[in-house]
Design a protein around this ligand. Structure first.
Ligand SMILES: Cc1cc2nc3c(=O)[nH]c(=O)nc-3n(C[C@H](O)[C@H](O)[C@H](O)COP(=O)(O)OP(=O)(O)OC[C@H]3O[C@@H](n4cnc5c(N)ncnc54)[C@H](O)[C@@H]3O)c2cc1C
Ligand SMILES: NC(=O)c1ccc[n+]([C@@H]2O[C@H](COP(=O)([O-])OP(=O)(O)OC[C@H]3O[C@@H](n4cnc5c(N)ncnc54)[C@H](OP(=O)(O)O)[C@@H]3O)[C@@H](O)[C@H]2O)c1
Length: 421
């Protein structure tokens, strides 16, 4: 019987039956689904590879980070941000909000449990989810196999860093880090820093560097949409959401571009070209997020941030650019983005495509077959995750009581071989 692990596995790996869904990931998305399950009275387990909730926010973001979107677009289901929070909460405030959210719903993820694989077992109609826990040096990691009826993937769009291959980087000699390890420009004071990438991270890291008297050069290898964070005191994002209620996307894109031109002017003379496709369409089709400017453009105009084209190669203490120039550089920060890691552990699933995102675009990418769900892969930030979370919890809770009633007799037979949570 497939529910019982094979002989060798049985002795090397603990096996745990979960009477309800498993949620993989304790970021905002995983917490949001957990809170909704609590509301429905559905038991569940959250597995988290890190040792805290919202590890992206706690461990892999910089000090000066603030939410880019107004707070009403970033709150999780059932709990608005406190009234005394500013319109754009700081990283610290957002983390406080998430901590109190987890406490309020008594969410207790199993920390230090990285999911290594998850596979649907056709024979018994259940998911087998294998984890490895962090352990002391020299000791083999503890392995557990969880078995459950529903699997909710909440590992995020930004689970792993993108680190491009760059010719000569091993000869460069200076410090090279990814933006996820950047905390503040303090340690770069007086240094010439090459920031590779011009997304929101690249722009904001450059801005922070200028605040610490460093000398950033930002690599813009292609085109990018930069929009003002606000137009006439109104959030650009909010404006786009409002306009999309009445107007087609292409027209909203045109309006956003005209407004951006009026507020920011022509950016080409600073080396920033706009893509031919509009910002919302580009986000929908290619997942490229427009930059919401919070001050970097001003520093580009003043020359405090230099814009440089793509990289040809690194040499000792220098970078050669595709336009033939070579500039001296003390350190490199790769603001080259992130990627999903789902395909590295979720097995045999057609629901996700090779890039680790659901094949079905928003709003259809939250539910697969065989009890598989995805939350937080909408490319619509926290508001998209909240929407997914509510749908998933409603859907599973509807069938949970019925399914568990039927499964009870079947499972009772096997409980002598497996422990229960
Ligand atoms: C610098 C930065 C700023 C951002 N700012 C905003 C913003 O202002 N507004 C907005 O809406 N969005 C923003 N985002 C997007 C961000 O993705 C979301 O805010 C939010 O963090 C998504 O939540 P999530 O739970 O889906 O993913 P995450 O926050 O990434 O959480 C996923 C969790 O899954 C865990 N995990 C991953 N793989 C495994 C595994 N195999 N086993 C177990 N656990 C695993 C991770 O450790 C992590 O804790 C920002 C992203 C970055 C990088
Ligand atoms: N305050 C905030 O809310 C905030 C702050 C930071 C980030 N974020 C969010 O976090 C997510 C990730 O943002 P991100 O800026 O880290 O990543 P990103 O949006 O994916 O941008 C990555 C950048 O790196 C460039 N790049 C990649 N490989 C390169 C190479 N080999 N050479 C030169 N350039 C290269 C890309 O250029 P191409 O376009 O040419 O590929 C792009 O400009 C986004 O959703 C973003 O909105 C939000």
């Amino acid at each position: 019987m497939a529910l019982v692990p094979d002989h060798e596995d049985f002795f090397s790996r603990r096996c745990v039956w979960v009477n309800g869904p498993i949620i993989v990931g304790a970021g905002p998305s995983g917490l949001a689904v957990g809170a909704c399950f609590k509301d429905h009275g559905v038991p569940f387990v959250i597995l988290e590879r890190s040792d805290c909730i919202a590890s992206l926010w706690q461990k892999r973001t910089y000090d000066r980070l603030k939410l880019h979107l107004p707070k009403q677009f970033c709150e999780l289901p059932k709990v608005p941000f406190p009234d005394d929070f500013p319109e754009y909460p700081t990283r610290k405030q957002f983390i406080d909000y998430l901590e109190s959210y987890a406490r309020r719903f008594d969410l207790q993820p199993r920390f230090n449990e990285a999911v290594q694989s998850a596979k649907y077992d056709e024979t018994c109609g259940l998911w087998r989810v294998r984890t490895a826990s962090a352990s002391a040096a020299g000791v083999a990691p503890a392995e557990v196999e969880y078995i459950c009826r529903w699997l909710v993937v909440a590992t995020g769009e930004n689970a792993e860093t993108v680190v491009p291959d760059m010719e000569g980087i091993e000869e460069f000699g200076g410090q090279v880090i990814h933006a996820c390890d950047y905390k503040s420009g303090e340690v770069y004071r007086g240094k010439r820093v090459l920031v590779v990438g011009c997304g929101n991270s690249g722009m904001e890291v450059c801005l922070d560097l200028t605040h610490h008297d460093a000398f950033p050069s930002m690599v813009v290898r292609d085109s990018v949409h930069v929009l003002p964070r606000e137009v006439l005191g109104k959030s650009t994002f909010e404006l786009a959401v409002l306009l999309l209620r009445w107007l087609p996307l292409w027209l909203v894109d045109k309006i956003l571009l005209v407004l951006s031109w009026l507020v920011l002017g022509n950016l080409e003379k600073y080396g920033i070209k706009r893509p031919a496709v509009g910002p919302l369409e580009l986000k929908n089709t290619e997942g490229k997020t427009p930059v919401l400017d919070i001050g970097a453009l001003g520093k580009i105009r003043s020359g405090d941030i230099k814009v440089v084209p793509g990289i040809k190669q690194f040499t000792r203490g220098k970078v050669e650019l595709v336009d033939g120039r070579a500039i001296d550089v003390d350190a490199v920060i790769l603001a080259t983005g992130y990627r999903s890691n789902v395909c590295s552990w979720l097995q045999d699933s057609d629901f996700f495509s090779k890039n680790g995102f659901p094949r079905q675009p928003f709003p259809h990418g939250w539910k697969g077959s065989s009890g598989l769900y995805a939350v937080g892969f909408t490319r619509r930030g926290l508001s998209g995750a909240s929407l997914d979370a509510t749908r998933i919890a409603d859907d599973i809770s509807r069938v949970w009581r019925e399914e568990t009633k039927q499964a009870k007799q079947f499972i009772a037979f096997h409980r002598r071989c497996i422990s229960q949570i």
